[in-house]
Ligand binder design. Structure first.
Ligand code: KIV
Ligand code: ZN
Length: 504
């Protein structure tokens, strides 16, 4: 069996997902969970891009010991220096540098020649390999590059010190057969490729990221770059859980395996979905809620006789279980233990808040499922500090019905002063939104509103994500969980407003 290394880029490419908001604390929580999942390399960020990314890479480097930590850098000395600085406390550091190789990028975006691109790539890899002994080089947009030029760049960057070559399908353009041929060509035609890891990095614009990555593996790639739940730029990257489960379920076909601890797949997916604010599509392969549900009578009959009739994977393998974990009699210690098992390390204050919310929910809903707890913990970790909350909800009253115009009466505390407002709308959520917007100190626009029920049933927790803007062009995202849809909507809107006001 060949060993395929899993390079997770949830915290870098995944974080570039439109709409994803992962704060510093959450990045640390996710990194710890990725290590538990058995990821070989964690790409923790792009240190030169922001202070936040620099801090995330530094802290993750000092905490994570089993997985390698990679930091991204453009093919520029300063980027590489900053990446290396952020990696200082990493036990196993890797510098990942990249440069476009396609003519469209070189001509239209960078306005440089192929010769310039080659020179910059080689110089960057040389500079990086003087600092660090593990260098990955990515020819960006490799799949739309002139193949002889691409092979030349690969040869020269290996000569300069790269030990991993990452074949980037940056715009998700490739077809599996084509991508496989490209990887094979690199393996067979680059003269110094022996002993070098070939990596796949496929985007999902045509829905082929996983298929392309697997075609790469079938043709000799030994590293796959992917993200949890397939997060990433535009349509995302190859989904880690799908890559890992293909290699597991079709081991004999690929004759390859990974170090992924499959039992952690479901919990990791749930955690990333809750912390990033990007929910998993119900019918998504492996981790979607419907992935192991059987609706048709014929299928149910088969499953009862032998689950293998219609299930190629036992959900237990990925750690999918719906169990009752905490109830109203569970204390702070029980909550702490369960949350730590799920990878959440919370402060005392946050833990107290989570415990209270779990108890309140158990009072109303009786059963509190794992999904509820992940959502509550994710919600609490996203809360602004008290002093940053200029608008606080005090009381909310709703009138609605089939013969009544929906009306909301709201009492808010704004900058310490109690304010009341009434709003009407097409429905109760609209009425609340209008009431709130009529009294806040600045005009706020609701750009996006998304509601989902976390668990099934009419008593399910409602998870509301809103995006608001204060007209400056910047979008602020906020999420709230409540057993009442209108309350969740009001809380999410107020959180978003506080973010917009605080930043200003
Ligand atoms: O998609 C891409 O080309 C990238 C590179 C930085 C590897 O993310
Ligand atoms: Zn990418």
């Amino acid at each position: 069996m060949r060993k395929i290394k899993i390079f997770d880029t949830t915290l870098r490419d995944g974080e570039q997902s439109p709409g994803a908001t992962i704060n510093h604390r959450e990045k640390i929580i996710i990194a710890k969970q990725l290590e538990k999942l058995g990821v070989d390399i964690i790409e923790a960020g792009f240190p030169v891009s922001s202070d936040e990314d620099f801090k995330a890479v530094s802290e993750i480097s000092s905490i994570i010991k089993k997985s390698k930590i990679a930091a991204l850098a453009r093919a520029r000395e300063n980027d590489i220096k900053v990446a290396w600085k952020a990696l200082q406390s990493a036990k196993k550091p890797r510098i990942h540098t990249f440069m476009s190789t396609s003519d469209i990028h070189l001509k239209e975006q960078f306005k440089i020649s192929r010769a310039d691109a080659l020179k910059m790539s080689v110089e960057a890899v040389k500079f990086a390999s003087d600092l660090c002994n593990d260098i990955e080089f990515s020819p960006m947009d490799a799949t739309r590059s002139d193949v002889p030029f691409l092979l030349g760049v690969i040869e020269k960057t290996i000569e300069a010190g790269a030990s991993t070559i990452n074949v980037a399908d940056t715009v998700g353009y490739s077809q599996p057969a084509e991508y496989g041929v490209l990887v094979k060509k690199i393996r067979e035609e680059v003269p110094n490729i022996e002993g070098i890891a070939i990596s796949t990095h496929c985007h999902n614009d045509l829905g082929l990221a996983v298929a392309n990555s697997l075609a790469g593996v079938a043709n000799g790639a030994s590293q796959v770059e992917c993200t949890i739940n397939g997060l990433g730029e535009r349509a995302g990257n190859a989904a880690l859980e799908e890559v890992a489960m293909n290699l597991y379920a079709r081991k004999n076909f690929f004759k390859a395996e990974t170090n992924i601890n499959l039992k952690e797949i479901y919990a990791t997916s749930q955690m990333v979905s809750s912390l990033s604010g990007i929910s998993v599509q119900r019918n998504k392969a492996i981790v979607g809620e419907n992935a192991f549900s059987h609706e048709s009578g014929i299928h149910q009959h088969g499953i009862l006789a032998n689950s293998e009739t219609y299930e190629i994977i036992n959900p237990k393998i990925i750690g999918k279980k719906t169990k009752l974990v905490l109830g109203k009699h569970s204390g702070k210690h029980a909550a702490k233990k369960v949350l730590e098992e799920m990878g959440f390390i919370l402060s005392e204050g946050q833990l107290a808040q989570v415990t209270k919310k779990i108890k309140d929910l158990a009072d109303k809903q009786k059963i509190v499922l794992e999904e509820d707890i992940v959502a509550i913990a994710g919600d609490v970790t996203k809360e602004l500090k008290k002093e940053e909350q200029r608008v606080v909800l005090d009381e909310l009253f709703i009138e609605t019905g089939n013969k009544t115009r929906p009306k909301a009466k709201i009492k808010l505390v704004i900058d310490g002063k109690s304010v009341e407002a009434v709003g009407y709308g097409l429905g109760p959520v609209d009425a609340v939104s209008n009431a709130i917007k009529s009294v806040i100190p600045q005009q706020i626009f609701l750009k996006d509103y998304y509601l989902k029920a976390i668990t099934g049933g009419t008593d399910a927790l409602a998870d509301v994500v809103v995006k608001v803007s204060n007209g400056s062009g910047k979008i602020y995202e906020a999420e709230a969980i409540n057993e009442d849809i209108v309350m969740a909507s009001a809380q999410a809107l107020i959180k978003g407003i506080n973010k917009a006001l605080a930043k200003k």
